[in-house]
Design a protein around this ligand. Sequence first.
Ligand SMILES: C[S@@+](CC[C@H](N)C(=O)[O-])C[C@H]1O[C@@H](n2cnc3c(N)ncnc32)[C@H](O)[C@@H]1O
Length: 219
Amino acid sequence: MSEKELLKTNALETDNDDDDDTVCLGESFFIDNNYEVATFTFGSHVLHLLCLQSASTDFDLTGQLVWPGARLLNDYISNHSDLLQGSSSAIELGSGVGVTGILCSRFCRQVVLTDHNDEILKKNIELYESSENSNSCAAGKLTSLSQNSVPPLFDTVKQLLSQRGKDRCRFILAYVSRSKMMDVMVTKEAIGHGLQIHEIDGTRSVISNLEGVIYEITL
Ligand SMILES: C[S@@+](CC[C@H](N)C(=O)[O-])C[C@H]1O[C@@H](n2cnc3c(N)ncnc32)[C@H](O)[C@@H]1O
């Protein structure tokens, strides 16, 4: 064997060794699905839903805990049920465990909950539907938006509002401030999309040591 061929053979063996060392782990390896049923109370409404009990270093935790924004919005909805009572439908964008969409299903005829990670969401809808005679809930998987992106959120909102018509549809955003940059971006994007953004009086409050507020966004 020539020196050139020997080198080539060694290179191939090294490549094969590398292949042997490669272990591919699927997303599920990093996901903590040690969910437990927790009880959430919003005014007179009590919900029992699966969620993680504490934060960990998971690959994608965001949708497996109940976030302060959901608590803020659910308290608001339970105190202003007239907002949704008799509405024919609601769609929740970024539902996580589904605590807001599921509460809405007590007031609306049909609710669609959406999240790009819908594992726990589907489980909670099943749990809820088996526990009470609920209105219909459906989980929709949103894959067209890139994660953590404000502009695509407002693209979706604008489309939904435009399709349903000015007087027939409104978007309620529970916003919890984590950075000034994000605060500015949310308002700027809403206005940039030709939408009107109004802070709902009396909703600014401190939640989990952060400032939260509810906005109504219209065409
Ligand atoms: C901060 S969590 C809030 C979850 C829930 N609304 C709550 O307050 O408990 C944001 C959720 O939006 C989902 N999400 C983020 N970007 C998304 C996208 N581009 N398309 C669909 N879902 C998205 C995440 O998976 C996550 O469940």
